[in-house]
Design a protein around this ligand. Structure first.
Ligand code: UDP
Length: 451
């Protein structure tokens, strides 16, 4: 029987690692459901099409200058993309729609942070579904931005950081998902644009699952009158497909093979977060002093204003003497699945958080900006599957927190809780369970959309 659906879907990711990967994973999920997939992508950060032979790629020229093609100020970058992509994206989509030789296009699926695509889709009479690559709990907070602004929470005053956000327990003021930027008003505009754009779309797809974010999903279903599809965790729905923009250094797997079970701390802060040189040194000393094996991703750009390994204390590698292994970029999912890994010191990007949950690895949380702060609070205070470095980066606290997770009783309790969550993550993808059924509903919904 022919399982193909006779419909094309056009997908448009935000061109950042943490957004491209889940969009490509979604592409694979929908392809396996019988849809033909076309990806429109910026030239900036373009993935390698030959790694995805079953998907068709079209690259647009968004013409970012060298200084614009930088994520140093993420707010400015996302804002610029929403302006600069407009014409090339519209032209590309119009051309695809006009191609009568190909299967008809059922809808556009674009990243929530590219709300300009809603007006483009409307003008071409094409339904738009949104992919939100972050969690549902943080989206509830983004949706509350106008209220929070009205009640005086913004701009955040550091002196009030420990106070609760009474409207959104268990968040503290310091957990509100903001980011340093030259222009805070643009941040509010982007957040409101993302939420309002999602509200008028034909549905929102979430890389999450009911058992993890039941309460946030229920809130969103109340607030939004459009269908919501939590169909994750994406990366365990389908076989892995390479979407890494940097080359993953496989040497760490052979190194992990030589370590004892659950003995290694894996340390990675994702693709964008950066620390000061002083913080970098505290991390290094914290790792050296805890006397446990560690695998540390020191990505180019991790330390502001410095090249990869320059700021390491002199003699550091000799001092940790085979106990530490550093790479520029790791095969993270493989690392987290390795039996030697006992904890993940993470910035709590949503992908990293989900990947850790799916492998049952306890977390040490060091959120840097935006939704990472909300994710970390849920990890430490709601799901209770990790501990947060609450008081900045100090080597003594780092050492203490690592030991609490890795060797103390508290760590054992965390490990058994995250193991139960891992089981739930796998369970929800089985026939009759929430993400499986939600995927079926999504397919039916897409096929019912009128173009
Ligand atoms: N990642 C990786 N190798 C690394 C560090 C990260 O492959 O050394 C991947 C990780 O598996 C995740 C993504 O990069 O899928 C990072 O996404 P996340 O949402 O966690 O953070 P972001 O980079 O968006 O801040």
């Amino acid at each position: 029987m022919d399982q193909r659906k006779g419909r094309r879907l056009v997908l448009f990711p935000l061109p950042l690692q943490g957004h491209i990967s889940p969009m490509l994973q979604l592409a694979n999920i929908l392809h396996s459901q019988g849809f033909t997939i076309t990806i429109i992508h910026t030239s900036f950060n373009s993935p390698n099409p030959s790694s995805h032979p079953h998907l068709t790629f079209h690259f647009i020229q968004e013409n970012l200058s060298a200084s614009e093609a930088s994520t140093d100020d993420l707010v400015a970058f996302v804002s610029l993309l929403n302006t600069k992509c407009l014409v090339p994206f519209r032209d590309c989509l119009a051309k695809l729609l006009a191609d009568v030789e190909e299967e008809p296009i059922a809808c556009l699926i674009s990243d929530a942070l590219l709300p300009f695509t809603q007006a483009v889709a409307d003008s071409l009479k094409l339904p738009r579904i949104v992919l939100r690559t972050g969690g549902a709990s943080s989206f509830v907070v983004f949706a509350a931005f106008p209220l929070l602004k009205e009640r005086g929470y913004f701009p955040i005053q550091d002196s009030k950081g420990q106070e609760p956000v009474v409207e959104l327990p268990p968040l503290k003021i310091k957990d509100l998902p903001v980011i340093n930027t030259r222009d805070p008003e643009t941040l509010y505009e982007i957040v409101n644009g993302m939420v309002d754009g999602a509200k008028v779309s034909s549905g929102i797809i979430w890389n999450t699952f009911e058992d993890l974010e039941e309460s946030a999903l229920a809130t969103l279903r109340q607030q939004f009158s459009i269908p919501i599809f939590p169909i994750g965790p994406f990366h365990i729905c389908i076989p892995a497909s390479p979407s890494s923009l940097l080359t993953q250094d496989q040497s760490c797997i052979a190194w992990l093979d030589k370590q004892s079970p659950k003995s290694v701390i894996y340390v990675s802060f994702g693709s964008i977060a950066a620390v000061s040189e002083a913080e970098f040194l505290e991390i290094a000393w914290g790792l050296a002093n805890c006397k446990l094996p560690f695998l540390w991703v020191v990505r180019p750009g991790l330390t502001r204003g410095s090249d990869c390994l320059e700021p390491l204390p002199s003699g550091f590698m000799e001092m940790v003497d085979g106990r530490g292994h550093l790479v520029k970029w790791a095969p993270q999912q493989e690392v987290l699945a390795h039996p030697a890994v006992g904890a993940f010191w993470t910035h709590n990007g949503w992908n990293s958080t989900l990947e850790s949950i799916c492998e049952g690895i306890p977390m040490i949380c060091m959120p840097c900006f935006t939704d990472q702060k909300v994710n970390a609070r849920y990890v430490s205070d709601v799901w209770k599957v990790g501990l947060q470095l609450e008081n900045g980066l100090k080597r003594e606290e780092i050492e203490k927190t690592i030991r609490r997770v890795m060797v103390e009783k508290q760590g054992e309790e965390i490990r058994s809780r995250i193991f139960r969550l891992k089981e739930k993550a796998n369970h929800c993808l089985k026939q009759g369970r929430s993400s499986f059924e939600s995927t079926n509903s999504l397919v039916t919904h897409i096929l019912s959309l009128e173009t």
